[in-house]
Design a binder for this molecule. Sequence first.
Ligand SMILES: *Cc1c(COP(=O)(O)O)cnc(C)c1O
Length: 374
Amino acid sequence: MENIPFLDIEAVIAARRPQIDSAIARALGGGLFILGPELAEFERKFAAYCGMREAVGVACGLDALTIALRCLGLRPGDEVVVPAHTFVATWLAILHAGGTPVAAEPAEGGYLPDAERIEAVLTKRTRAVLVVHLYGELGDIANIAALCAARHIPLIEDAAQAHGACSANRKAGAFGVMGCFSFYPTKNLGALGDGGAIVTDDPDLAAAARKMRNYGSSQRYVHDADGYNSRLDELQAAILSVGLERLDADNARRRAIAARYHQALSDIGELRAPAMGEPQSHVWHIYAIRARERDALQEWLARHGCQTLIHYPVAAYRHAPCRAWAPAGESAADRLTREVLSLPMGLHMSDDRIDRVCSIIASFYRMRAQGALP
Ligand SMILES: *Cc1c(COP(=O)(O)O)cnc(C)c1O
């Protein structure tokens, strides 16, 4: 039996190789490799796609988050509310921008904090709320956006896993003052290297971000901010323009894969398949199930040729640079990290492969029920 990889980026590249090759040829022909016409064109198209006035291409998702937070001008002691269960980059950006992270725990039965959990940790020092559309899901974003608006607290979105997710006609990245994206190759919209972007409707924030990505300069030899070198290069911008055209179709296929998983897995009582919710509001960057016997299940899947991953095996605040802000006892995020398991998701997943993954999982629970497994 053929193995089922978690991802197969090579297959995705192969399928669109002619378009990628001609985009690269076009970028090479321009002779300009940084801050040229390919970037300007991609920024225009990506902003329009997100329904925002401006997009600012940067070097990666971490930089998008760091620069967005720095554009708010955090002062020492300023708190930024952030989910406990996320990729560590979300937290590192707050540290880089000089903020104090304040963890919001995942809501019962889900993966993301809801508005209630965010409200519970707001203080007089809260300077921003940084939500994460983890796994591609918008979650309780409408209520969170309303809460932030009512309290006059800037909302920033880490939309690195949610390109194209949509709720009430608003796209991921368009609910707050700034939306931050990563174009790491495995993301729903991926470059063939590092890349990122900030989208915003605020021309002053866009100008500040443009300056920050370019050594604090908006005019040659004038540097009036302590900025970075963080630009999305021409080759990646050209490649991303190809991906952007296919993003909606790719996301539609991810939804179909999730629906097929859901149908087969929701009958297995011992595991929790993710809720399907409003279809457009989830782009299924990751399809994560929850199971108490996660480690044994992962091992069983591996033994039967199916690769899985864990997003993420530890809560963000358990990493060394973030430990000062970790709760003392076991948290909801800690429990989640022991139970989540990400199944193969992406364009390489044929219906046949999905069915095979589900039948390997079903056989695991059958064997357990018969007492044939520990
Ligand atoms: C990928 C990712 C990032 C970081 O993006 P990079 O481009 O790898 O720096 C940040 N947050 C989340 C939720 C991510 O998935």
